[in-house]
Design a protein around this ligand. Sequence first.
Ligand SMILES: [Zn+2]
Length: 285
Amino acid sequence: MTNKLILLLFLIPVTAWATKFPMQSVVPGGIVSIPIGESSELPPRAYFNKRRVLVMDHENQWIALVGIPLKTKPGTHNISLKPRNKNIQTQFTVANKEYPAQYITIKNKRMVNPNPDDLKRIKSDRIPINKALRTWSEQASIDTHFIAPVDGRLSSLFGLKRFFNNQPRNPHSGLDIAAPSGTPIKAPASAKVIDTGNYYYNGNTVILDHGQGLISGYFHMSDIHVKPGQLVKQSDLLGTVGATGRVTGPHLHWNIYLNRTKVDPALFIADEIPVLDARNNKDAK
Ligand SMILES: [Zn+2]
């Protein structure tokens, strides 16, 4: 009884945040939001592929916000719910999505075919990056009201099948916004800085924890203006756009993760995408 009362008090600020939700897109690389109970009850824990997923209060319901990995096969998939001692399954259906191919020419050949020393560096880079991406912070209020981190031109979409110098590589894991070097990069929502560093492919990097496995990454920066442990609010300066790491020109590469899965950042700023994309008509070459 007392525990429940304490939890209810703890959850009161949640409704204040739950104003803007990412757009749902039930495809590989997308997001599905699944109602999993009345928010007058205690929140159930939810799991997808055995990984815990974000659960937040939205319009008096508990909603599981699930990232769908790019490798997911179209068809029916299960979410496991663990309210107290019960174990319940709920299902959702993933539709097919074919992402186009993109061919990129990189002048620095070591960025496409790294030498043995580079490979050592790439391997050691993965340790802090993976540690940051495994972060789970048990906060109830998650700020999902995101703004675009850079005022620029939408230069590459999430999920493209990529070929560097005609060699197949991993699909594009984020959204690219091109802008001149030195353009401010702002926090899209309130969060905690969990990693900063200079990495081989990603260049100067900032990683933010928004809570419950919602994590965002900022790559190729020229300067970094935040430190690990720092709390940021929406629009606070993270650093500036640059061309560090594997790039063809200055831009921000922006990643978003849910349940340790890369999802399409455009779903978080769907209202701003037409504005960023319209700049392609004038500036694209
Ligand atoms: Zn990119």
